[in-house]
Design a protein around this ligand. Structure first.
Ligand code: PLP
Length: 434
């Protein structure tokens, strides 16, 4: 009943304020206002909160609940695996069936000979693993001075020490007094990378990392030939390419992995989110068979890197079921069809609202950018997001770097009527503010 819900809500708000630190949050605002939503249930593209409100989750929560909420099959496999063998270590020379099967399954999804996976609990750990691995790789090849990591401005790679340092959104650096050494940022032009190589020297650079499509930085698509030229330059200079596929991986852009849209095979893929659709925390670094062979042949002693959850049986069982669902239900095809429909909807919104200066998308990853004269001008998208919430839709405002962008990444299972509803609410919310 309404009264019980109100009582439960008040209790939870007080406990939240007193005991819970929210990730990437405005702590003062949380103390003053408490959490805006306390979610209780999910079903398909919808989330429900403690007050009984239903919202369209047009960001798949954190770009991750790709098969949608409430898929009980995932709960069933988790329960079965937990009952059988919830956890055992995969350190050193121990192993177990779910993680072996998942590593083999991931190899079917990845391009080229990217067939060997090291598992983590999420994307940040996957990227830190990749940074340590590329440095190790050059060290065992007699080039320990090749250790610099180059990333792109506006990139997001997570919040572990290495991942924070690679992240090209300066706001994330303000939380630490210093980031890790040997991280450098380039603009999204070929020239910028060339200049960086010239300045720092190829013999000091281990790897270049990039998202195929920048997510948190505002859904920024590369120029068509960008990555092909990057591949060429990196090959000429012995620089490894890490593709951060934490958002793009496992179908988000309409292909298995995002880089497939741009015509290159990276040396390393990092992944997380979509591998389990968020039903269990899991990530990983996938390397080529060639790199793997070189590493095991040339490494003296141990590969000195491993998390307790580098190979969690329950998370692996959940991932296997999630990937089976994506395949059996042809969800990547739906990503392509609905992605086209989403983009058409965005174009229609652009026609109606002259303040919309750009719409873009690939698969079910899209954005609407509004005019903002400079970073000093207050952005409007946070107000549009608030209007959308009132109308029953969750989406994200990206305001870094003078942008004013709305980001979208709906679940792969979205249908045409639901997409139309999403587009209608977004349009109404823009018009309510402007
Ligand atoms: N890389 C990208 C592209 C991401 O979008 C994210 C998370 O949003 C991460 C890395 C970090 O992953 P996690 O939050 O699982 O550590």
């Amino acid at each position: 009943s309404v009264v019980t819900n109100e009582k439960l809500k008040n209790e939870l708000v007080e406990l939240d304020k007193k005991h819970f630190i929210h990730p990437t949050s405005n702590m003062k605002q949380l103390q003053e206002e408490g959490p805006a939503f306390i979610f209780t249930e999910g079903d398909g593209i919808y989330l429900k909160d403690v007050e009984g409100r239903t919202l369209i989750d047009s960001l798949s929560s954190l770009w991750n609940v790709n098969i949608g909420h409430g898929r009980e099959e995932l709960g069933e496999v988790a329960k079965e695996q937990m009952g059988k063998l919830a956890f055992t270590s995969a350190f050193s020379n121990w192993s177990h069936e779910p993680i072996i099967r998942l590593a083999a399954e991931v190899a079917k999804w990845t391009p080229g000979d990217l067939n060997v996976t090291f598992f983590t609990s999420g994307g940040s750990e996957a990227n830190d693993t990749a940074f340590k691995t590329v440095r190790h790789y050059w060290k065992i090849n007699g080039k320990p001075e090749k250790k610099k990591i180059i990333s792109r401005k506006k990139s997001y790679h997570g919040v572990a020490m290495g991942a924070t340092s690679a992240t090209g959104i300066p706001e994330f650096h303000t939380f630490t007094t210093s980031i890790a050494p040997d991280f450098y940022y380039v603009d999204s032009t070929i020239e910028s990378l060339k200049e960086m190589i010239e300045k720092e020297g190829a013999d000091t650079i281990a790897a270049f990392i990039s998202e195929p499509v920048q997510g948190s930085g505002g859904v920024n698509l590369p120029e068509d030939s960008y990555f092909k030229e990057i591949r060429k330059i990196c090959d000429e200079n012995d620089i490894l390419i890490i593709s951060d596929e934490v958002i793009c991986g496992f179908g988000r852009t309409g292909t298995n992995f995002g880089m497939e849209n741009f015509g290159i095979v990276p040396d390393i893929i990092t992944m997380a989110k979509g591998v389990t659709s968020g039903y269990a925390p899991l990530g990983g670094m996938v390397i080529s068979e060639k790199l793997h062979k070189e590493i095991y042949e040339k490494t003296e002693g141990n590969f000195w890197h491993g998390y307790t959850y580098s190979g969690h049986p329950t998370a692996a069982a959940v991932a296997l079921k999630n990937l089976e669902i994506i395949e059996n239900e042809n969800l990547i095809e739906n990503v392509r069809t609905m992605g086209k429909h989403m983009l058409e909807g965005f174009e229609w919104i652009k026609e109606q609202n002259k303040q919309v200066i750009d719409v873009r998308g690939i698969g079910l990853l899209g954005a609407i950018s509004l005019e903002r004269e400079s970073a000093d001008v207050e952005p409007v998208t946070p107000k549009i997001v608030a209007e959308a919430l009132k109308r029953g839709l969750i989406c994200r405002a990206v305001v870094y770097d003078g942008q004013d962008t709305l980001a979208f990444a709906p679940p792969f299972i979205i249908n045409k009527e639901q997409m139309d509803e999403m587009i209608t609410i977004v349009n109404e919310s823009i018009q309510a503010v402007l």
